[in-house]
Design a protein. Structure first.
Length: 221
């Protein structure tokens, strides 16, 4: 492990971040990682663990193979709004996303779409960011469950590319479907990020793309 650029002003927070990230490595969630933070003109880099579980030590300039990068960028955008005090991780998002308030949840994965029970609680930002909001891809092919057919009919099933709709239309389509699982109950890929993008746009009062440009991407130009 190596630490680069830790300032005395932010040392406590940096130590806490290091502790959290190192915990993932120590538990075996992943062999290693590189964490970089840019804040008020200071850049802090932390390299933890190894390239592979039995590999050489992680380095600052290690090259990673990465995919689905819209997801961590969306998470960063959401956490900016948390830091701004406009969102909280564990409060319901119903105010901003009324289309998915007061949800019904399937009795079972193979239930008919109308065989539902009320959601035990509201969906939160944490649920969206951890892909546990109750919506998402069901990795069973070919489609065999009624909810899979309903998702396809709603135009929300991924094909060669993921479907794209205007934000309000996207939420209308999600709102027409029951949740597959109770909020917080189980991980399902992708939908959480799509819905979080709409949430960010509505809270920020601008398009999602504009928010990303103004608060994140412009700094990288």
């Amino acid at each position: 492990m190596s630490r680069i650029g830790a300032s005395e002003i932010s040392k406590t927070r940096l130590d806490r971040l290091h502790e959290v990230m190192a915990g993932h490595v120590e538990r075996g969630d992943l062999p290693g990682l590189v964490m970089l933070i840019s804040h008020r003109g200071e850049v802090h880099v932390d390299t933890i663990g190894r390239l592979a579980f039995d590999g050489s030590p992680m380095a600052r300039d290690t090259i990673f193979r990465i995919t689905s990068m819209t997801k961590p960028i969306t998470a960063v955008a959401a956490m900016i709004l948390v830091e701004d005090g406009k969102l909280k991780l564990d409060e319901p998002v119903d105010r901003w996303l009324p289309e998915i308030a007061n949800r019904k949840v399937l009795l079972a994965i193979n239930a008919l779409v109308h065989q539902t029970v009320p959601a035990r609680r509201a969906i939160t930002l944490r649920d969206l960011l951890t892909f546990r909001c109750g919506y998402g891809m069901i990795p069973v092919f070919p489609d065999r469950y009624p909810i899979q057919l309903a998702i396809a009919e709603a135009g929300l099933a991924p094909g060669p590319v993921f479907p794209s709709f205007p934000p309000d239309e996207l939420m209308r389509r999600y709102g027409s479907l029951p949740l597959i699982y109770q909020p917080g109950e189980r991980w399902l890929y992708n939908a959480g990020t799509e819905i979080a993008g709409v949430l960010i746009s509505r809270v920020a009062g601008m398009t999602f793309g504009q928010f990303l440009h103004d608060r994140i991407l412009r700094r990288l130009e």
